[in-house]
Design a protein around this ligand. Structure first.
Ligand SMILES: [Zn+2]
Length: 432
């Protein structure tokens, strides 16, 4: 049995437990954390490999709770446009040209970017998902994947259900358990009520959760009131969609009644502040949702609306944005923001308990940040350094399930030169 001992200069076990100083993590053969401790490791003899990172701080791997990985291919394709024009005039016409090959390379590009900025698990809702899953499998990342479902007519609905059923059957629990799946109805305005009802039933039958975009823009809510006489949240509840486990992305325009309904139904939320700002959608009432007891994860959304997949940046934005909006400096303090990006994101995307922390028994999904960086000097509080000062450049090493996928800032699983070449080739096809 092999055991890897990482000697560290600090560990953030969770938002509530931090070791600042010499400390260690022992990882066993199964990729789980066997022991985590403060001070010197009591017996090097049990470790078969020793990694000296006494200049680094370990944190739980960041969990990106909402996105569309291969949209990296569309990075910068429709800036400075509102959601409707962005989606209809730029994104959809370009997406029509996407192929399985493009999604494979676009997902690898996303994985490269996410690993390099400290993300170990991401959520995806897109097309050609077998190719996305293959990219995830090769990258070594953990992911929660869904085949995006849109169904305006019977034929489209049947196709979406067939794709999802087949995808879940093939990939749920795949890549040594690193891949799990959900159903991914795009939104109530692209999935009519009968279709949403069928998806709710399918979720129960396949025993997989649902992820969906909800109440992203004011116009979406106005149209829902016009068409169904109720908000998008109440409408999908009426279709039975909230009776099973659901992750709702955005929830920017939600009323106090919506929040109560979401709390009663245990809906999880993916908060994507950067994307909501860039598409001028608004700012989700995260403080009110948090007070109502909702589980809120953080996400970047796709690179066509962010335009990067940097969760450290998203974390800092989530911790500062709501202070400014509410003019309340105590809103979303550093530990709450950190928990959103780690443990709560893991819960939001339906990972088993323990994910998003570095507690004994958890999967060794962890990120080592360079304490020698100016962002960590001085250090009055490690969590403060991480949430308010650290950046992507501080990420040294990343482990997923005990396996290093980034070492000394170099991807060990992805041929980044090849990805660069292939994505540039695909870009010419998309715009040609
Ligand atoms: Zn999205």
């Amino acid at each position: 049995m092999t055991r890897t001992l990482i000697k560290l200069g600090g560990i953030v076990i969770s938002s509530q437990e931090t070791y600042d100083g010499p400390s260690y993590i022992l990882i066993n053969d199964d990729g789980n954390i066997e022991q985590v401790g403060f001070g010197d490791y009591p017996g090097d003899a049990r470790a078969t490999a020793i990694v000296d990172r006494r200049h680094a701080v370990a944190i739980p791997g960041l969990v990106n709770s909402h996105g569309h990985a291969a949209m990296t291919l569309l990075r910068g394709i429709g800036d400075d446009l509102p959601l409707k024009a962005w989606l209809n005039d730029r994104v959809l016409p370009t997406e029509e040209k996407l192929t399985s090959d493009a999604v494979y390379w676009g997902t690898l590009l996303a994985a490269w970017e996410m690993i390099g900025s400290g993300t170990t698990c991401f959520t995806d809702m897109y097309m050609f998902m077998h190719d996305a899953a293959k990219a995830v499998s090769e990258s070594g990342m953990r992911a929660v994947l869904s085949w995006g479902m849109v169904g305006f007519d019977e034929q489209g609905q049947e196709r979406a259900i067939r794709n999802s059923r087949e995808f879940v059957g093939r990939w749920h629990g795949g890549a040594d358990g690193r891949i799990t799946t959900t159903l991914g109805p795009h939104a109530p305005y692209t999935c009519p009520p009968d279709f949403l009802r069928r998806i709710a039933e399918l979720s129960g039958e396949l025993r997989v959760p649902v992820q969906i975009h909800l109440s992203e823009t004011r116009v979406e809510v106005e149209n829902s009131m016009r068409d169904w006489g109720m908000s998008p949240i109440a409408h999908v509840a009426d279709c039975g969609l909230l009776d099973g486990p659901v992750l709702a992305a955005h929830c920017v325009h939600v009323s106090p009644e919506d929040i109560d309904l979401m709390a009663a139904k245990g809906v999880r939320v993916a908060h994507n502040p950067q994307s909501n700002l860039k598409l001028a959608s608004g700012i989700a009432p995260i403080v009110a949702m948090h007070e109502a007891g909702l589980t809120i994860g953080l996400g970047t959304d796709g690179a066509a609306s962010n335009n990067n997949l940097d969760m450290l940046e998203e974390l800092r934005l989530a911790a500062t944005l709501h202070k400014g909006v509410l003019q309340q400096a105590t809103a979303i303090p550093a530990p709450v923001a950190f928990q959103m990006a780690t443990e709560d994101s893991a819960k939001a995307v339906f990972l088993p308990p323990g994910h998003g922390t570095l507690r004994t028994g958890s999967s060794a999904d962890l990120v080592l940040l360079d304490r020698r960086s100016p962002h960590f000097i001085p250090s009055h509080s490690l969590l403060s350094n991480i949430v308010y000062a650290a950046g992507e450049g501080d990420v040294l090493d990343v482990y997923v399930q005990g396996v290093p996928v980034l070492q000394n800032k170099e991807c060990t699983t992805i041929d980044t030169e090849r990805v660069t070449y292939e994505v540039n080739r695909i870009k010419d096809q998309l715009v040609g």
